[in-house]
Design a protein around this ligand. Structure first.
Ligand SMILES: NC(=O)c1ccc[n+]([C@@H]2O[C@H](COP(=O)([O-])OP(=O)(O)OC[C@H]3O[C@@H](n4cnc5c(N)ncnc54)[C@H](OP(=O)(O)O)[C@@H]3O)[C@@H](O)[C@H]2O)c1
Length: 262
């Protein structure tokens, strides 16, 4: 079984470059989808609020050792005390003493207070690394200036149509890893003719071409599918490489198309 490459997140913590995302799935769908993902070889799961209990149950019952599975969770912006209480619930749901990565999800409201609760979680050993989701460079700057700490990762919508180059420059300058949510523009990119032509050239599927582009671009891609065959297909990206000129062709697709909320 292929082992996905990983990137250094912070202080010895490594994150697999291909995470399985369960956003949008119900609790029962999450259980089934995660079982299939673990059997396929995924060793990183990106949860969304409400899916932690289902994931915790699958991990508890799985033959895969718990320490081999990287788990990332999201906290909606809700302030210091509420985040501390929510963290207790998330860890209880996961049946875990600590989680690998906790993200402040979104920037509406007092996100610096939420961030302080996450910093405390890390200080207490309940989170190995902490990061954010959906932050612009200006919001990252505000967070860093007001708290003196730098998020380990920023999870944003990113794909060949929306490459977020200025934001990525900011990330690189501050040692922040880039997480790519909606790596295939919620599936819309998979019928793009540049992508389908490359799929034919490499004997791969459009989804594999796009995910391979992410791997070679140094992002952490959150691939999501509720379908068993596609979950397996999306993991088949470690046995080929896109040539530099084909990476460049995909990079030319950048046109600012956004499929999620800005
Ligand atoms: N704020 C945040 O943190 C945030 C925001 C947005 C998303 N996310 C995370 O990112 C994850 C991915 O987002 P996304 O769902 O937009 O990802 P995506 O990979 O861009 O698109 C997924 C869509 O493509 C389809 N698909 C997946 N693999 C396919 C394949 N091999 N062939 C054809 N179609 C395929 C899926 O349908 P089927 O399910 O039918 O296969 C689904 O409709 C979510 O699970 C969520 O956890 C996080």
């Amino acid at each position: 079984m292929a082992v996905p490459p990983s990137l250094a997140l912070s202080d010895g913590v490594r994150v697999p470059q291909l995470l399985f995302g369960v956003g949008g799935l119900t609790a029962s769908e999450t259980g089934r989808a995660v079982r299939i993902a673990l059997d396929t070889g995924y060793r990183g799961i990106d949860t969304s609020p409400g899916t932690e209990e289902a994931l915790g149950a699958v991990l508890a019952a799985s033959d895969v050792p718990r320490e081999e599975v990287f788990v990332s969770v999201k906290m909606p912006v809700q302030g210091y005390d509420a985040t501390r209480r929510a963290a207790d619930q998330v860890l209880a749901g996961l049946q875990a003493e600590r989680v690998d990565l906790v993200l402040v999800d979104g920037t509406n409201g007092a996100f610096t207070d939420t961030w302080r609760a996450l910093s405390r979680m890390r200080g207490d050993g309940r989170a190995r690394a902490i990061g954010v989701a959906g932050f612009s460079a200006a919001e990252l700057r505000r967070l860093i200036d007001s708290t003196g700490t730098v998020p380990a990762l920023n999870l944003v919508e990113l794909h060949p149509w929306l490459q977020q180059l200025p934001l990525r420059e900011f990330h690189d300058a501050h040692g922040i890893l880039t997480g790519a949510s909606s790596p295939a523009a919620n599936g819309a990119l998979l019928s793009n003719e540049t992508v389908t032509a490359l799929a034919a050239k490499y004997g791969k599927t459009p989804a594999q071409i796009v995910l391979r582009w992410h791997l070679q671009n140094g992002t952490v891609a959150v691939a999501a599918s509720a379908t068993t065959t596609r979950t397996r297909e999306n993991f088949g990206v470690f046995d080929f490489e896109l040539a530099d000129d084909d990476l460049a062709v995909l990079s030319e697709l950048d046109n600012g198309t956004r499929v999620g909320p800005s």
